[in-house]
Design a protein around this ligand. Structure first.
Ligand code: SAH
Length: 264
């Protein structure tokens, strides 16, 4: 029986697909992809005979049925998710069904949209002296969010926060972030279609972002990023500090700062 491959298609730019992901897509007999978000160009190298299904129109049971029938007919099946499947990808429920059927699968990671957004913004999420924590979350919509992860309580940390699936509620979102603990002047930016040709960035603060985003008409396929990582104040890293010694480099002034750092 052939192994089904779950593949992260990346954020949009078809070149932001792993070499492995591309090869597996190009070799596949059956491709099931999330048509609402995956750039169709990611499938441009698919074999002419490949059967292609858009999962946007399918239920979980229908997707699993295509996988089962394909594998039983000896076909190579790939399931293509946007960004990386582990972030709001809904691939866990598919893997659970495949487990029940005894069908083997593996996962090829992809470039998540939150990573493409940092690249577009030309910012680092984990700045020394600013934030060493990144929270990936969403506002509740039709899918609820556990009570302990309510936006306000996460905001209390004033960490770097990336909100998926939430831009359509930008007004209430910014309000809750402020109520929860971020000061009104906290920088915030929306990245629409990161890495696509029609990418757009709207930047502001928690005070004025909602208005700007509404004016720009952005209602979907966007991330809301929040935190002082967007600002210009930060400390230099210890990793490249001449006075700091670690496993790969002797410090110039070895006695001043002890220990190792965790960066790369
Ligand atoms: N697994 C995906 C996320 C799927 S949930 C990933 O790793 O990126 C879908 C949400 O992801 C969208 O509502 C939007 O918030 C975000 N998203 C996906 N692609 C995006 C892109 N290119 N630019 C900005 N946001 C994107």
């Amino acid at each position: 029986m052939k192994t089904i491959h779950f593949i992260g298609a990346g954020p949009g730019d078809p070149e932001l697909l792993t070499v492995k992901g591309r090869r597996l897509i190009d070799e596949a007999d059956i491709i099931i992809y999330a048509g609402s978000l995956v750039n169709p160009q990611v499938l441009s190298g698919a074999r002419q005979e490949a059967q292609i299904y858009d999962s946007a129109r399918m239920t979980l049971q229908e997707v699993v049925e295509v996988m089962r029938a394909g594998v039983q007919a000896g076909k190579q099946v790939v399931r293509v998710h946007t960004g990386d499947p582990s972030v709001f990808g809904a691939h866990r429920e598919q893997m659970a069904e495949l487990d029940k059927l005894g069908i083997p699968y593996d996962v090829v990671p992809g470039v998540s949209s939150f990573l493409a957004a940092a690249a577009s913004l030309k910012r680092e999420y984990t700045l020394p002296g600013v934030s060493q924590t990144v929270i990936l979350t969403r506002m509740e919509g039709r899918t609820p969010v556990p009570e302990l992860e309510e936006i306000g309580s996460l905001a209390a940390h004033q960490a770097t926060m990336i909100l998926f699936l939430s831009v359509s509620q930008i007004g209430i979102l910014c309000q809750r972030l402020r109520q929860g603990g971020y000061p009104a002047d906290t920088p915030a930016a929306v990245v629409y279609k990161a890495s696509w040709e029609d990418e757009q960035i709207v930047a502001g603060t928690l005070e004025d972002l909602a208005e700007k985003v509404e004016k720009a008409g952005i209602r979907r396929t966007a991330l809301v990023t929040v935190g002082r990582f967007l600002g210009d104040r930060f400390e230099r890293s210890k990793l490249y500090d001449a006075a700091f010694t670690h496993g790969y480099r002797e410090g110039k002034v070895p006695d001043t700062v002890p220990g190792k750092t965790g960066g790369a």
